[in-house]
Write a protein of this length. Structure first.
Length: 97
């Protein structure tokens, strides 16, 4: 078992390419959930937007702590105008194949 940081990013789908470009530069793997919805400070967000302008996405990354810090700093600059959240917490990875 290995302890890592899990980074979850929830923001507008319109910035997904910028986020994945940052992650590619940092050479980390990621998972994208292309349509998430809920209610937060920007009121309700639904998964039925035709244009993707107001559709939310979630990006999930597991990495070491220094990389998590770099990700959060980079993503903060990307989502500053769009809104969103970055969550970072400890996770135990049991299997990596």
């Amino acid at each position: 078992m290995k302890t890592l940081k899990k980074v979850e990013i929830i923001t507008d789908s319109i910035v997904l390419e910028k986020i994945t470009s940052l992650l590619e530069k940092l050479e980390v793997g990621y998972t994208v959930i292309p349509e998430v919805f809920g209610k937060g400070s920007r009121e309700k967000r639904f998964d039925d937007d035709v244009t993707d302008t107001f559709r939310n996405i979630m990006v999930i990354i597991c990495c070491d702590e220094p990389t998590a810090v770099k990700i959060s700093e980079g993503v903060e600059k990307i989502i500053l105008d769009r809104g969103g959240i970055v969550l970072i917490y400890d996770v135990d990875m049991i299997y990596h194949g």
